[in-house]
Design a protein around this ligand. Sequence first.
Ligand SMILES: NC(=O)C1=CN([C@@H]2O[C@H](COP(=O)(O)OP(=O)(O)OC[C@H]3O[C@@H](n4cnc5c(N)ncnc54)[C@H](O)[C@@H]3O)[C@@H](O)[C@H]2O)C=CC1
Ligand SMILES: O=C(CO)[C@H](O)[C@H](O)COP(=O)(O)O
Length: 301
Amino acid sequence: MELGLVGLGKMGGNMRERLRRGGHTVVGFDRDPDISDVASLEEMVEQLSAPRVVWVMVPAGEVTHAVIRDLGELLAEGDIVIDGGNSRWTDDEQHAAELAERNIGFVDCGVSGGVWGLENGYALMAGGSKEDIAVVQPIFDTLKPPGEFGWVHAGSVGAGHLSKMVHNGIEYAIMQAYAEGYELLEAVDAVDNVTEVFRSWREGTVIRSWLLDLLVAALDETPHLEGIRGYAEDSGEGRWTVEAAIQHAVPAPAIAASLFARFSSRQDNSPSMKAVAAMRNQFGGHAMRTDAPPTTDDTHD
Ligand SMILES: NC(=O)C1=CN([C@@H]2O[C@H](COP(=O)(O)OP(=O)(O)OC[C@H]3O[C@@H](n4cnc5c(N)ncnc54)[C@H](O)[C@@H]3O)[C@@H](O)[C@H]2O)C=CC1
Ligand SMILES: O=C(CO)[C@H](O)[C@H](O)COP(=O)(O)O
């Protein structure tokens, strides 16, 4: 089928390629003219025949709001917009309502698989009406992994992004556990080769997983993670997971701790630990270190 695809970065670019390999006609638009098929969103819409389906794969938040708003003005009754970015699930209702004013359908679709999706397929978690999902099903069938699993119609609008949000919260916690295990094995310094221990876990163990495979791949490239700064960004999903857990009084200590560990990673000299050191000094006369923290190069290389 025909598809308009907005956003041709790390995800959208590979999705365009996978869809074309699967026999679909994709008209891609990106604000970067070097990777775009067309010069404007208007031109992309003009090249599609009705009923048009447009997949949005741009950064979540303001950029996604703006693209969906613009599409609402360019598309017409019977067309469908799919938001495949990591949008906050609570934004979906508003996007669906804006488009519904012009009888344009909306599907939210959490996507997992990263840059590997081109070859392995993308796991898809969709929210929307049965009717809209049926129209876009051929696109899902090509993007999804070849096996039995890897795609779900999770529920009505919002359910896809809610599922992806929780997926990413779990992703944070799993990564944090592997990372702590890595640091501990390195610190104890009793195994000959930490990478080989992790590699051995890839088969047969209770903790084998794709994230473990990826950590081994990273350790193969840099056995002691040399040159990588111990600094981790986050792009929202972990925070929203913790906020939802608080809102629903669901205990989520592992996910919350893994989110806060990322915040800690961004501090060279922790203000809270300065306060702890100062209080220990006040009550117990315990010595405080007043030397400047090591430079970034000393710490991380
Ligand atoms: N990288 C990943 O592993 C995954 C990313 N996502 C989500 O997919 C979306 C895209 O992510 P990436 O491809 O990694 O980001 P990216 O930064 O590589 O690509 C985003 C693309 O959108 C384009 N763009 C930005 N504003 C635009 C506009 N107004 N009109 C047209 N194009 C515009 C940029 O030029 C860029 O090419 C995000 O919502 C992200 O959270 C979802 C699953 C996995
Ligand atoms: O959705 C993803 C993987 O499943 C993206 O890679 C996302 O960017 C990961 O989240 P964060 O940037 O917060 O680490």
